[in-house]
Ligand binder design. Structure first.
Ligand code: ZN
Length: 263
């Protein structure tokens, strides 16, 4: 989408110089751009839009690179009209891969990577809430669970199609966000290199070939994915679980008492 001459969205687009990846022109955003995100995304301030965009500029390339690797793998065919198996793999790895990219970049200040990851989880929670509130809420959630828990092998395409074309598109975007966030609720946190490697091996094993939804590919995927990286309804509830570590509250209480005594 363009406002004036500046893009607000990501897009893959063939150009005269070859394929291009168009990114939002964030440094040149004006009041109209921030107004657009306030109206369409409910952003409450400019900072929220900037963080939203910062996460996008970091995580969307991770997603697209995974699609490129799928293309190079070249053995898998996804006959689903919306390529749900391919979208699953690229999305499931999103934040796990992003974490390892951020670790290498050594951003300043050091807490940058935590803020970006937190924004990722916020986006997942927002998408979870949205999924429940769609016109086919319950069946959408069930179709999502089957898709995520089968490592993308059981496509939600037919269920989502019942909501109509426009909402099916929105549902696709929501479930991609959710599966990316849920992938951070299993295995080690932050995700270890072994975690990343296990997901990469499952997604890109040379033995996966032909129709990605075939029983052979399904059982191969199931045997490749380590038990501790499997998703299920517990992964979803992990995202909503309140923090149980009381250390922060204790430290905050002590600091407030100290400050009060000094006043
Ligand atoms: Zn994709």
């Amino acid at each position: 989408m363009k406002i004036g001459q500046h893009h607000t969205r990501f897009a893959g687009k063939p150009t005269v110089r070859g394929d291009a990846f168009i990114m939002p022109d964030v440094p040149n955003f004006t009041e109209r751009h921030f107004g657009h995100f306030a109206d369409h995304m409910g952003h409450l301030c400019r900072g929220q839009t900037l963080l939203y965009q910062y996460l996008g500029t970091s995580v969307i390339p991770c997603h697209e690179v995974l699609h490129l690797v799928q293309h190079l793998h070249g053995q898998l065919h996804d006959p689903d009209p919306r390529s749900y198996a391919m979208e699953h793999d690229a999305s499931r790895l999103n934040y796990v891969l992003l974490w390892h990219v951020l670790e290498r970049r050594r951003n300043k200040p050091g807490w940058t990577k935590w803020v970006i990851m937190l924004e990722g989880l916020n986006r997942t929670l927002w998408a979870q809430k949205k999924l429940h509130s769609t016109s086919i809420g319950l069946s959408a959630c069930e179709a999502y669970r089957r898709w995520a828990d089968s490592f993308g092998i059981i496509s939600p395409c037919d269920t989502f199609a019942e909501a109509g074309d426009e909402q099916a598109l929105q549902l696709e975007s929501l479930v991609k966000s959710i599966v990316a966030g849920e992938a951070l609720t299993v295995g080690t946190l932050p995700p270890s290199r072994e975690h990343l490697m296990a997901l990469l091996r499952t997604a890109f094993d040379p033995g996966r070939c032909g129709d990605v939804y075939s029983p052979e590919n399904s059982s191969l995927t199931s045997s490749l994915l380590p038990e501790d990286l499997r998703l299920n309804s517990l992964a979803a509830s992990e995202l909503l679980r309140p923090a149980t570590d009381p250390a922060l509250a204790v430290a905050l209480g002590a600091m407030l008492r100290e400050v009060c005594n000094e006043l």
